[in-house]
Structures are given as structure tokens and as C-alpha cells.
Design a protein around this ligand. Sequence first.
Ligand code: FES
Ligand SMILES: [Fe+2]
Length: 408
Amino acid sequence: MSRTSAQWAQNPHLPPTHFVDSKIYTDEDLHKEEIEKIWNKIWLIGCHESEVPNAYDYRTFRHPSGRSLIIIRGEDMKVRAFYNTCSHRGNSIVQDPSGNAKRLTCVFHHWTYNTKGECVDIPREKPGYGERVCKSDMGLREVKSAMGYAGFVWVNIDDACQPLDAFIGDAFEDLQKETSCPMEVFHYHHAVIETNYKLWHDTNRELYHDYMHYHNRLTGLSQKGYFDRTYHTYPNGHVQLDSMEIQYQAYGGEQRELAWPGATKACHKLIDIFPGTTYILRAPSFRVDTMTPLSANKVLIEFRGLGVKADTPEERAERVRWHNALWGPFGLNLHEDLWANEQQTRSMNAAVAEPTFVLHAREENNTTHDEIGMRQYYAEWGRLMGRPPSDPLGRNTASAKQRAGSAA
Ligand code: FES
Ligand SMILES: [Fe+2]
């Protein structure tokens, strides 16, 4: 039976842990609060170590706060991160997305910094400042950084944050061997999508939407063992899904024979790190997604494809081929997820009074189509935000009371 406006607006007959109000995806004030309470306090991937392989190599990273960061490898080969903000008058020091620089000189008045963030030169320092301003007090603002989990450089702008290892916990317990070999990025692209970052991440946390992907229907969903996989949940909102051997020959007739070190042939392993990082190993290739929310309805997604550093040219070509077949810009899979997310966003932003509820209510003993991964995510979101995701603005509770009042 179809529903009236009042029926549509009623909370689903589910525990509040099993659905969210779509305002969680569209409200700009909530988005600003998320940046402050979640993104400014959490460990995020800034880049991969193979993207700054040599001394003085740097990359810039746009942090969700809006700050630009410089991630730079020093002559001691240690990678450090700083605000890309000059101590003099706040100009951006580095303009290019990547490069190599022994010294970082701000173009405005030529204050200069080394790779440890120390201010090493102020033009005409003594005549202008005397003893009042001193180089040694004018270093860059360093950002906490740590290397790990497949060779990524993680950053956290909160000086009071917990260590990266404590944040990740045991989430990589099933991917330890596979992420211990030196790796390098062979593919990078990014996309700005008109959707909320959580909707993108949801597509990496639930496999129920495999029905949308023709390729996945043939090569996973309809194969033996697909529904036997288990989701594991970890503190701080992370999840991991058990592997299976995918029969790729069901689509196009060719199986993926090249293995990944420490993994079985054609494995499919998945780890989601709260609030927006995903590791997917589909042997022979690795994909890692990271996100930078730009507004409630816009997100920058960075896609990296990784191979084994010790690959022969033939092995690398094979990894690239399979990576691109599925996840390249003309691949079989990514564009479908992006399309669905943009459709959701358009629908959720409609100027109507009734809420749209988003369900994650499937319970199947934590197996493949159980939506435990989404529930785990929104439980963590609610904890950090101090708001119930099912009614983050209190509007449903208020309107339910109003309805009850007018009925009485
Ligand atoms: S703002 Fe950088 S040197 Fe003046
Ligand atoms: Fe998908």
C-alpha cells in the first residue's frame, strides 16, 4: 500500500539504531559540526610514501578543515607534515600539488623554512626586528603524522589525538600479511561528486547493492560462498569483511591468476576505516579510497591503485590491467556507485517537509548482506557528534509529539 504524507513521515518500526534521517546527509550546519567534532580530530591519509620517495619530495593535502598541509620528506628521510601557512602573515608557502624543495621559501617576503619546519631565514631580520622577533620562534605549525597500514602517511591536526595504532586497533588483523610488503601507487585519480561523503562510504560498507553492479552480480553474488562471508566490527567505527575467491571468468571468460603476496588467488578483502577510508584488495590489485568532504552535498574522493614495489614489469602490467578494468575511469564498477549516490542526494535535497529515512536494518548473522557495517558507522557518528543519527535535529521526535497531541 502506498503512503500518505503523514505515514511517510512516521519513524520506521525499527530500533533507532537501524535507520537514519536523511538530514544527516544534507544539512549544512550538521556538516560544519562534523568537520569540527570528527574530521578535525581524526587520523586521515594524506598521501602514500611512494608519492614522496626521495629526500625533499613534498605533496600538499587539502585537509577537510580547509587547511592546506605540506607533507615533506626530510634529508633524514623522515616524512613530516605542516600547515602550508607562513608564520609571517599567513600566506600559503607551497602552491604546487607536488614537487621537490630543499628549502620552503614563502614568495611574499621570502621567509624560509627547512624540511623540519624550522624557520631558517628572515630577510633583514635584525634591522627590522632586533631581538623582538627571532627565527627560532617562527617555525611552521607541525601536524602529527605517522606511517603505516600499507605505507600510507597519516596525519592528524589534533595535537591531543590518540596514537594512530590505537585508533586503528585490530582492524587490519586479516590484512596484516597483505599490507606488509612495500607497495607503490601506480594509479591516481580524484573526482568531485555532488553527494555527501557518508553516502559514498556507505557503498563501501554494504554489499547489498551488488545487485546494481552487473559485473558483481555475475562474478560474486551468484557464486558459491558469497553469502558465507562475515563482517567483523572494531572499536572507533571500523569494519572488515571476510574474503572469498571471486570467479572472474563468469564475466568475460578470464580468471585473475596473478596473486598478491600473502593472499589467495582472486581474493576480495575489504576494510573500512571510519570516517571515510576504504582498503579493497581484489587480487591482483589494491585500491584505497580517501575522502575530503567539501560541503554537505559535495565530496572530493581520491582513488589510488597500488602494486607491489618488487613487481616485474609483466606483473605490474597485469595489476594495472585488472585495476583499470574494474576501477579505472572507464571501468565496470565505480561510475555506478557514483551515479547512485548523486541520485540519492538529489532526492534527499528535495524541498519537502517530510523526512526521508535511510534504512540499514538487514540482520543476517553478520554475513555479507547484513548491514552491521553501516550500523557500526552511525553508532560511532552518534557518539562523536552527541546526536542520535535517527533524529539528529530532534524534528521527528517533535513532530511525533505534535501528531500525538493533535490526535488526543
Ligand atoms: S607572508 Fe610569508 S613571508 Fe610574508
Ligand atoms: Fe559498489
